[in-house]
Design a protein around this ligand. Structure first.
Ligand SMILES: Nc1ncnc2c1ncn2[C@@H]1O[C@H](COP(=O)(O)OP(=O)(O)OC[C@H]2O[C@@H]([n+]3cccc(C(=O)O)c3)[C@H](O)[C@@H]2O)[C@@H](O)[C@H]1O
Ligand SMILES: Nc1ncnc2c1ncn2[C@@H]1O[C@H](COP(=O)(O)OP(=O)(O)OP(=O)(O)O)[C@@H](O)[C@H]1O
Ligand SMILES: [Mg+2]
Length: 261
């Protein structure tokens, strides 16, 4: 699986992005830059496809300062135009508005700047966390509208199979160039493209709360997930778990249900 011609994949994806953007009658691409591997690879592909019309947006939202630095370094290393727009305050204001308007919920902990939501009730934690990618999506579309660009998503095949993304958040995109590559293949492509080693080796994280890790939250390693997706190889229990998660989240890749009567 890992033994693929990544140079050829890179060239094909650059061409594919050009085709999709041109076919849409658009001029370029806007991408959220997180300092993680998926957005680093995607932004570099876009930069190669549209050297003068690629925009990276760094959007901290009570997130890791180190990831922000990694994103800036990546953009500067590859000469990717970027803007930084900090969403921590608007996010905070959303929470305060909910808190002041809805007497049934108490968001005091979150409002007091407590980034650690680990202790919160699961529903509460996800409801708060998922607002962050949805705010980012709003800004990405602002810049897409403004510049006649497409919003280029970073979702890979592993995340799409599991539905491991926020509906209408990081899943709210126009095209997904990495959508046919599993995470381990994205790493192969990143090495081929000269992405920083630090970005390639950092633990995948949605960065929605302190210490979040994809593999911990999913309860499976990308090695297990990817070998199952690509080769069908997995312990029976692992395979069943992947299919169960995938099926529960399949609605995220479908259009809203409409009555057929
Ligand atoms: N059967 C169904 N048919 C139609 N709609 C259905 C549905 N079941 C739920 N829904 C709707 O979907 C909502 C749940 O979906 P959603 O809001 O996405 O929320 P949910 O899937 O619970 O949470 C998002 C997950 O993605 C992870 N994530 C997010 C962002 C980035 C990354 C990353 O890898 O970087 C990972 C995050 O850590 C979390 O585990 C429900 O509240 C409901 O509105
Ligand atoms: N702080 C941020 N600023 C801008 N965009 C962000 C930020 N955090 C997340 N995103 C966007 O959301 C996408 C989904 O996050 P995700 O964590 O899956 O990808 P990643 O960070 O690029 O790679 P990894 O999965 O290895 O952490 C990112 O690729 C990026 O486009
Ligand atoms: Mg990340």
């Amino acid at each position: 699986m890992l033994d693929r011609d990544y140079k050829e994949i890179e060239n094909n994806l650059v061409e594919w992005i050009q085709e999709k953007v041109n076919k849409a009658g658009c001029q370029g691409a806007v991408i959220g830059l997180s300092g993680g591997i998926d957005s680093s690879v995607t932004s570099l592909l876009c930069q190669k496809a549209f050297p003068n019309n690629t925009l990276g947006l760094i959007m901290p939202c009570q997130s890791s300062p180190e990831d922000r630095i990694d994103a800036i370094k990546h953009a500067e290393k590859f000469n990717i135009k970027y803007k930084e727009i900090n969403l921590s305050q608007p996010y905070q204001q959303f929470l305060e508005t909910i808190n002041n308007s809805d007497s049934e919920i108490n968001l005091e902990k979150a409002i007091n700047g407590q980034r650690q939501l680990q202790d919160a009730q699961e529903n509460f934690k996800l409801a708060l966390a998922n607002m962050k990618p949805r705010l980012r999506m709003t800004l990405l579309y602002f810049y897409a509208n403004l510049n006649n660009y497409l919003v280029v998503g970073t979702d890979n095949r592993s995340e799409l199979k599991l539905g491991y993304f926020t509906k209408f958040g990081d899943g709210g995109i126009d095209i997904a160039p990495l959508g046919n590559l599993v995470k381990l293949e994205v790493r192969g492509l990143a090495r081929e493209m000269g992405i920083d080693q630090k970005i390639i080796t950092k633990a995948p994280s949605a960065g929605l709360w302190d210490g979040q890790s994809d593999e911990d939250e999913i309860g499976l390693s990308y090695r297990e997930i990817d070998y199952y997706i690509v080769d069908g190889e997995a312990e029976a229990e692992t395979a069943a778990r992947i299919e169960q998660i995938s099926s529960a989240n399949s609605h995220k890749l479908e259009l809203p249900a409409i009555p057929d009567f």
